[in-house]
Design a protein around this ligand. Structure first.
Ligand SMILES: [Mn+2]
Length: 330
């Protein structure tokens, strides 16, 4: 067998594999395999690659494609695309029926009274799972905005606060699911940027590790993934480019075209529409549990709130989107 025969054989093998698994294998990769299989024939990867390029016509072939098969073969040998987000919803288990939903706690800018009022109501309603729909932490220290040292000191123990708070929720409700919001990402994104120059910190950036405590059963969901609770879908809100506008709930419904509960805008709003075929779709924007007068936006229309969602075994659900004003729940 000549070098070209070996090259032709392995190329065919990988084209078959690629077609079978809907993947592709780059010539550089195939060359490393070829060289390791026949070190006596190919003295290095470069030599193997040269043979592969020769048999695949990479040195310039004048033939014009007449068949789709030829195109399929060529695509099988193109490098794979990079995939940044592998979308996969987090589906809440069937054993859970009543969710206590909170978001935009922005620790340690949280509002203690509102938070306690909300949790008390969740307990009273016998919720069996707590869903945190993003922005549990503020990560003020990693913000690109101006920082105040008197405030910054509170954030040195933000991690301990988060671990203690998650433990409190776990003890209170049994199960906790924590979906990342844009603020929860602040630390991760900063560390990922730093990891380019400091490879030794790679793998340490995930907030799931940062907030982990002994006996934690908290599930952490990536910010680009939905949480599905029956037929209700949760997004934080930053997943859609642009703010929510004034009509947050309505706007998010026109984007979701499905049942959606969201956060991020710090206001309580509901919207409901009937489709051409008589199906109802709802959108709920849930209020926040942080301070209502932050330094960067002291005047706003925010309100405190939380939600309770009950679902049956068919996935049908009932929403109570609650507002807290002066310690009273509406
Ligand atoms: Mn947010």
């Amino acid at each position: 067998m000549t070098k070209s025969d070996y090259a032709r054989e392995i190329v065919q093998r990988y084209i078959d594999l690629a077609i079978q698994h809907k993947k592709s294998y780059g010539k550089r990769f195939i060359a490393t395999v070829l060289q390791s299989e026949h070190p006596e024939i190919f003295k290095d990867t470069e030599e193997a690659r040269s043979s592969i390029r020769y048999v695949t016509g990479a040195f310039g072939s004048r033939e014009i494609y007449k068949t789709n098969e030829q195109l399929t073969r060529d695509f099988a040998l193109l490098e794979q695309p990079a995939i940044e987000c592998e979308l996969k919803p987090y589906i809440v288990g069937k054993q859970y029926h009543k969710a206590f939903v909170i978001n935009d706690v922005h620790s340690r800018f949280h509002d203690r009274t509102a938070l306690e009022t909300a949790i008390n109501n969740g307990v009273k309603n016998k919720c069996d799972i707590c869903i945190i729909n993003g922005d549990l932490l503020d990560f003020y220290q990693f913000s690109r905005f101006d920082k105040n040292p008197n405030i910054l000191q509170y954030f040195y123990s933000e991690r301990e606060w988060a671990q203690d708070f998650l433990l409190l929720l776990q003890k209170t409700f049994g199960k906790v699911v924590f979906k990342k919001g844009n603020h929860d990402l602040r630390r991760e994104l900063l560390l990922q940027r730093k990891a380019m120059d400091m490879p030794e910190i790679q793998g340490l950036e995930n907030i799931a590790d940062y907030v982990f405590f002994d006996n934690s059963t908290v599930d952490v969901v990536e910010d680009y993934n939905l949480i599905e609770f029956g037929r209700l879908n949760f997004i934080h809100g930053h997943e859609y480019q642009g703010g929510g506008g004034i009509h947050v709930a309505y706007n998010r419904m026109t984007k979701a075209m499905d049942n959606v509960m969201s956060a991020h805008s710090h206001v309580t709003q509901n919207s409901l529409k009937k489709s051409l075929t008589g199906k109802y779709y709802g959108s709920w924007s849930v209020g926040c549990l942080c301070s209502l007068s932050p330094r960067y936006n002291p005047q706003n229309n925010w309100n405190h709130g939380f939600a309770i969602v009950e679902k049956d075994d068919n996935g049908d659900f009932e929403v109570q989107n609650k507002t807290i004003v002066n310690g009273k729940i509406f």
